[in-house]
Design a binder for this molecule. Structure first.
Ligand code: SAH
Length: 214
């Protein structure tokens, strides 16, 4: 095994220990070269189980969090998925092989351009990204089988609930924005209403409404 392969192997073993047991999710994470999504000063940590800065005050999530969110989302290969917060594009690259098509919204133009370039370079062709305020979702492409939000809000943005199919699932961090009291929740839309299950204490950057001034 090359040193690079053994780092990936070690990371996957760590994810399994933290509860990522889904073989498809582990295979997807194992195939995405995380070092493509990381800035040069942090390359030595690309395969460590840590969140890392990606510019504009944002971060790419810890691989364990990416693994547990992806697993909770229970994505099927015929599904249409919406991601809010493209960031580096890493979570999108992990989801891409698991679904039919992924739509991803980012509010920072430079992050979006870099993410699109990385996805192109890795020949990932079923992800479409756009600049926008993801709290409004992507109405032209709705409804979605699955929605994943990678920035924290105090409440679920109503537009996202509207754009989720009946029987759809959504994973997002909810809670105290900028604080430490956040939880990842899995929301199932059912005929009886919403079933909301918290599953992990986390710390995400905030979901910010509107676009930054350029
Ligand atoms: N999924 C990303 C994680 C990025 S961190 C990855 O794998 O790298 C969260 C991202 O959400 C940041 O890039 C931030 O700019 C973006 N974001 C925050 N609020 C947003 C909003 N209202 N609409 C779209 N993107 C948003």
């Amino acid at each position: 095994m090359s040193p690079a392969e053994s780092r990936v192997h070690r990371l996957l073993a760590e994810l399994r220990r933290h509860g990522v047991g889904d073989a498809r999710v582990l295979a997807a994470i194992g195939r995405v070269p995380r070092h493509h999504f990381i800035a040069p000063p942090f390359l030595d940590q690309a395969y460590e189980n840590v969140a890392l800065p990606i510019g504009r005050g944002q971060t790419v999530s810890q691989p364990m969090v990416v693994g547990l969110m992806t697993q909770a989302l229970a994505v099927g290969e015929r599904m249409k998925v919406l991601e809010i917060g493209t960031g580096s594009g890493y979570q999108a690259a992990v989801l891409a092989p698991l679904c039919r098509r992924l739509y991803s919204v980012e509010r920072h133009r430079p992050l979006l351009s870099e993410a699109e370039a990385r996805l192109r370079h890795l020949r990932i062709h079923n992800v479409t990204c756009r600049l926008g305020d993801g709290s409004r979702g992507w109405p032209e492409q709705a409804p979605f089988d699955r929605i994943i939000v990678t920035a924290a809000a105090p409440d679920v943005p109503p537009a996202l609930l509207e754009q989720l199919k009946p029987d759809g699932l959504m994973v997002l961090p909810l809670g105290d924005v900028g604080g430490i009291d956040q939880e990842l929740v899995l929301i199932a839309k059912t005929p009886e209403g919403l079933d909301i299950r918290p599953f992990l204490a986390v710390r995400f950057v905030p979901l910010v409404e509107g676009l930054p001034e350029e």
